[in-house]
Write a protein that binds this ligand. Structure first.
Ligand SMILES: [Zn+2]
Length: 573
C-alpha cells in the first residue's frame, strides 16, 4: 500500500475529548473516528489491526473445536421475555419497535438466541459437546460511554457458548476455552493474567477474567511471580505467616505524643517501625453499626473483605463526629484498650506483642499493648489489602501488583438459560436433561485498545507485530530524488513478493513529519531510504520499540526485514 493512495489521516494535536491514551492515539493515528457518543467508524488503518485480532481469535477458537456461526444483531423481544431478562436488564438494553409494533432489542449478548438455536436442532447427547461462537457487533446503551473503544456503546465481540450433557463435560469445555484464551492473548503479543473472578461455593473456579496488564487499567490485580495464581486485589487471599501470639514483655504505659496523629508521625516520634504500631479504624456500615478494626500500622484495610465478612452492603470510615463520640478523642488517637465497640482484627495483629495504639485521649498513645491482657478482640479475619511481596497463597512465590484491563471472560453458566428456554437433550437412558452451558467473551476492539494502553511511548503506538496494521513502513526521505524512488520501488516490490505487509511512504512531505507519523502509527519496523545512504548502497532499518537503527546493504535488505518479521511473529506463538 502507498501512503499517497491511502487514507492516512494522522492528527498533530491531541483530541480534547479523549481521556485515555489508547483513545487519543487511535484518533491521532487515524484508526478510528467518532460518529456519535460511544459509536465509531473504523478507518482503513484501524480496521486492519482489528481484523488481525479477529483472525487470531477465530483461528484459536477453531483450533479448540468451536464452530463459527453468525447471529443477528436485532433480536425479537419474546426470547428475552422467555429468559426474564427483558424486564431485568436495565436501560443498557436498547429496545425498539418495528413498523408492525413488534418489539425488538439490539443484542448486547446472545445467550437467549444461541439457546434458541440449540433447542431447535440439538436433541440428543450424541450431538454434544458443542461450542458455537460468533464475532459480531453488539450494542449496550452505556449511560457514559467513554475511553474510545474501551467503553463504547457499539462494540465488536467474540462470544462463544458451550453446551454439554454433564458437569464433567462442561468443565472440559471451560478448560479448553481457558487455554484457547491464553493462546489468543499470547499471540496478540500482550502481557496478561487470567484472574479468578469468583470462587463459588460449588467448588472450583467458575469464572476467570483475562486482564491485559497496563498502568492505566481500571482494576488492581495481584499475581504470583512463580505460579498461575492471580486475583483482583479486593479478592486476593492472603497466607497467614507466623505461629502464634508472643507473650507480653512490657507493661501497658501511656506516652505523650503531642500532635502526632498519623501512624508515620507516631512511629517516627517513638523511634519504631510502623509495623510495630496497630491502627484502630472506626468504621460505619450501611445499617448504621459502628465498629473498630485493628490492622498492623503498615497495612491498609480491604473494605471489600470487611463488607463480605459483615454481610452488609457497604462500609466507610466513620466521620470525625462519630469518632469523637465513640472514642472520646479526635481521630488519630483511637485505640482498642477500653473501647466500647465490637473489635475486628486482621489476622496479622494476632502475631504482635507489646505494640503501640492510640489511647482514646488527645495527644496520648499506649505502648506495651497486648492482646488478651489489654484488648479483647471479637473476631480475627483476613482484612487487609494485599501488597507487593506478600507470599502467594498457592505456592512459595510472592505476589506482584499490577493494573489490568479486562479483555476476556470465561464463565460457567450452568442451566440458567437452558432451563428458562427449555433447551434439553435426551441422554443415553432416554431421559431429558437441560444442557449445561458456559459462555466465553472477548472484546475485540477492547483488546486492540488495551494493546495500545500496554504498548506505547511519548511518540505514539508501538504495535506488537501480530496486530500491527502493517509490518514495515518504507519511508522515502525525498520522493523527488529519482534514485531514492527507484530503490524504494524495488524494495517495495521485493517485500510484497516475500509476503510482507508493507506501507510505502511516498508522500511529498518533510522527512521529519513522515518520521513523526511513522512513530505515531507504530508500525514495528521502518526502512528509511535516503540519498546519502544510497551512495553506499545502504538503507537504514529501525525498530519502533527499541529505536535501534542499523544500516543494511540494499541488496538483501528486503529478505533481512522479512526474516525479522517472521521471527517476531514466531516468538509470539
Ligand atoms: Zn504462587
Amino acid at each position: 500500500m502507498r501512503c499517497s493512495e491511502y487514507l492516512f489521516a494522522t492528527l498533530k494535536e491531541n483530541p480534547s475529548d479523549a481521556e485515555v491514551i489508547s483513545h487519543q492515539l487511535m484518533l491521532r493515528a487515524g484508526m478510528i473516528r467518532k460518529l456519535a457518543a460511544g459509536i465509531y467508524n473504523y478507518l482503513p488503518l484501524g480496521l486492519r489491526s482489528l481484523r488481525k485480532v479477529e483472525q487470531i481469535v477465530r483461528e484459536e477458537m477453531n483450533r479448540a473445536g468451536a464452530l463459527e456461526l453468525l447471529m443477528p444483531m436485532v433480536v425479537p423481544a419474546d426470547l428475552w421475555q422467555e429468559s426474564g431478562r427483558w424486564q431485568e436488564y436495565g436501560k443498557e438494553l436498547l429496545r425498539f419497535k418495528d413498523r408492525k409494533e413488534g418489539e425488538f432489542c439490539l443484542g448486547p449478548t446472545h445467550e437467549e438466541v444461541i439457546t434458541d438455536v440449540v433447542r431447535r436442532d440439538v436433541r440428543s447427547y450424541r450431538q454434544l459437546p458443542l461450542n458455537l461462537y460468533q464475532i459480531q457487533t453488539k450494542f449496550r446503551d452505556e449511560i457514559r460511554p467513554r475511553f474510545g473503544l474501551m467503553r463504547g456503546r457499539e462494540f465488536i465481540m467474540k462470544d462463544a457458548y458451550s453446551f454439554d450433557l454433564d458437569q464433567d463435560g462442561a468443565d472440559r469445555a471451560y478448560e479448553k476455552m481457558y487455554q484457547a484464551y491464553r493462546r489468543i492473548f499470547q499471540r496478540c503479543g500482550l502481557k496478561f493474567r487470567a484472574v479468578e473472578a469468583d470462587t463459588g461455593a460449588i467448588g472450583g473456579t467458575s469464572s476467570h477474567e483475562f486482564m491485559v496488564l497496563a498502568e492505566s487499567g481500571e482494576d488492581a490485580i495481584v499475581s504470583c511471580s512463580q505460579c498461575d495464581y492471580a486475583a483482583n486485589v479486593e479478592k486476593a487471599e492472603l497466607k497467614i505467616t507466623g505461629e502464634s501470639t508472643p507473650p507480653p514483655m512490657a507493661e501497658l504505659a501511656k506516652v505523650l505524643t503531642p500532635a502526632r496523629k498519623t501512624i508515620e508521625e507516631v512511629a517516627e516520634f517513638l523511634g519504631l517501625e510502623t509495623g510495630r504500631l496497630v491502627k484502630t479504624l472506626i468504621v460505619e456500615t450501611d445499617t448504621g453499626e459502628v465498629l473498630a478494626v485493628l490492622l498492623r500500622g503498615d497495612r491498609d484495610l480491604n473494605t471489600v473483605k470487611l463488607t463480605r465478612l459483615l454481610g452488609c452492603a457497604w462500609v466507610e470510615m466513620a466521620g470525625e463526629e462519630t469518632v469523637v463520640r465513640m472514642t472520646g478523642a479526635p481521630s488519630g488517637f483511637a485505640g482498642p484498650v477500653g473501647l466500647k465497640l465490637k473489635i475486628f482484627a486482621d489476622c496479622e495483629v494476632a502475631l504482635l506483642a507489646d505494640f503501640v495504639t492510640g489511647a482514646n485521649e488527645k495527644d496520648v498513645h499506649f505502648t506495651g499493648v497486648n492482646l488478651g491482657r489489654d484488648v479483647q478482640v471479637d473476631t480475627f479475619a483476613d482484612l487487609r489489602q494485599a501488597e507487593a511481596g506478600d507470599p502467594c497463597p498457592r505456592c512459595h512465590g510472592s505476589l506482584e501488583i499490577w493494573r489490568g484491563i479486562e479483555v476476556g471472560h470465561v464463565f460457567k453458566l450452568g442451566t440458567k438459560y437452558s432451563k428458562a428456554l427449555g433447551a434439553t437433550v435426551l441422554d443415553d437412558q432416554g431421559g431429558e436433561r437441560p444442557l449445561i452451558m458456559g459462555c466465553y467473551g472477548i472484546g475485540v476492539g477492547r483488546t486492540l485498545a488495551a494493546a495500545i494502553e500496554q504498548n506505547h511511548d511519548q511518540h505514539g503506538i508501538i504495535f506488537p507485530m501480530a496486530i500491527a496494521p502493517f509490518q514495515i513502513m518504507v519511508t522515502l526521505v525525498n520522493p523527488k530524488d529519482s534514485q531514492v524512488v527507484e530503490a524504494g520501488e524495488v524494495l517495495y516490490r521485493e517485500l510484497r513478493e516475500l509476503g510482507v505487509e508493507v506501507l510505502l511512504d511516498d508522500r511529498d512531505e518533510r522527512p521529519g513529519s513522515k518520521f513523526k507519523d511513522a512513530d505515531l502509527v507504530g508500525i514495528p519496523l521502518r526502512m528509511t531510504i535516503g540519498a546519502r545512504n544510497l551512495e553506499q548502497r545502504q538503507v537504514e532499518l529501525q525498530e519502533r520499540r527499541s529505536g535501534e537503527r542499523e544500516l543494511l546493504p540494499l541488496a538483501g535488505a528486503a529478505a533481512e526485514a522479512a526474516a525479522r518479521i517472521r521471527s517476531a511473529l514466531k516468538a509470539m506463538e
